[in-house]
Design a protein around this ligand. Structure first.
Ligand code: PPS
Length: 346
């Protein structure tokens, strides 16, 4: 049964919008705040209730993350594990068709045309209906055969409270300094945002939680609070980097996939950084640059894949600013035991 969408969507204050629009050329439509728990483009308002009410199936698995925390890596892992290690299909069919991004309609710029094959597929399934209104990306989720694996960056509270009675969630977290650096590069790359400033300017926005998808810590707090729930597996990007086979073993148990040791090795190999960077199915940088969704001349979507890259970007001044921001977000920022360096050589 439908429920009310429980939060107010409020445009960010005028002053913040002006600052954001000056540096993020993609935010021309403005951003809305969802009662301090998330920040989205204004057209999220058309879809918020549909996402909140979404009827998940009991064999759905959601990969839920704050952006740039290892989503794509985990999507590829989970799909491959849940599909009998079918690396042939995984190497041919784009990841976003196998593991669709449920809220992408609310991010996709209104001024950019939809990709022709996606729009055509929608029109075949829903003759006479408006793809922008109904949501072509949401429709990809609906059209996916079970068992479905679905990507989201929305936090738990933007889905119905019974989400975990319905399906499983793999929540992935990554230390905020590496996320900040990675998100900086991605926000320069994607036309949805088109950030035109430098890294210190980006940290300025970050530490004021003036960002698409902010605040980081409230998203993390929601995931962390549910980490012991039997239908949640809470993973750290840094643990995956340090010991991928160990984390694949945990996923194997959680997902009930029953894969043998040799198959887990195949999954690890198939989802290695170099493998995923080289395949167009997981790294759409070149294709999306051609399609006009990504800017040319920026670092790619799958960029460096390391822990500790933040040390190449943070000056002592930026570290101090970041530290103050961390203090503001206590106790969550203290409670979650992030690693900022890992032992394994890159
Ligand atoms: S997004 O845009 O939110 O969906 O990005 P997301 O996939 O969450 O995170 C992107 C970062 O993950 C790195 N990545 C990987 N690291 C290790 N191994 C594999 N296989 C892998 N695939 C992607 C990617 O390079 C981004 O991190 P940075 O630090 O920018 O390189």
């Amino acid at each position: 049964m439908d429920s009310e969408f429980p939060y107010a969507l409020t445009p960010l204050p005028e002053e913040a919008q002006t600052k954001l629009k000056a540096k993020f050329l993609g935010f021309s439509g403005g951003l809305v705040d969802v009662e301090g728990r998330h920040t989205m483009p204004a057209h999220y308002a058309r879809f918020a209730k549909q996402y909140f009410d979404y009827e998940f199936q009991d064999d759905d698995v959601l990969v839920m993350t704050f952006p740039r925390s290892g989503t794509t890596w985990t999507q590829e892992i989970v799909w491959t594990m849940r599909n009998q290690v079918d690396v042939d299909t995984a190497s041919k069919v784009p990841l976003d068709a196998r593991v669709p991004f449920i809220e992408f309609d609310s991010l996709y710029p209104e001024h950019l045309p939809l990709s022709a094959p996606i729009e055509e597929a929608f029109r075949k399934r829903h003759p006479g209906e408006d793809p922008r209104e109904k949501g072509v990306f949401l429709d990809l989720v609906n059209a996916l055969p079970s068992p479905r694996t679905i990507k989201t960056h929305l936090p738990f509270s933007l889905f119905k409270p019974d989400l975990l009675d319905k399906c499983k969630v793999v929540y992935v977290a990554r230390n905020p300094k590496d996320v900040c650096v990675s998100f900086y590069h991605q926000q320069r790359l994607v036309k949805v945002a088109e950030f035109s400033g430098d890294f210190p300017e980006y940290v300025d926005f970050w530490t004021q939680d003036l960002l698409l998808r902010a605040p980081y810590w409230s998203h993390l707090a929601e995931g962390w609070a549910r980490r012991h729930h039997p239908n949640v597996l809470f993973l750290f990007y840094e643990d995956m980097k340090e010991n991928i086979l160990g984390e694949l073993g945990r996923l194997n148990t959680f997902l009930g996939t029953g894969l043998m040791e040799s198959q887990l090795h195949t999954v690890a190999q198939h989802t290695s950084f170099s493998g995923m960077k080289s395949r167009g199915t997981t790294n759409p940088t070149a294709a999306l640059q051609e399609a006009g969704e990504f800017k040319k001349g920026e670092a790619g979507f799958i960029r460096k894949g390391t822990t500790g890259d933040w040390t190449n970007f943070f000056t002592p001044e930026l570290e101090e600013k970041f530290q103050k921001w961390m203090e503001k977000w206590q106790p969550t920022s203290q409670e979650i035991p992030f690693k900022y360096h890992i032992k394994k050589p890159e």
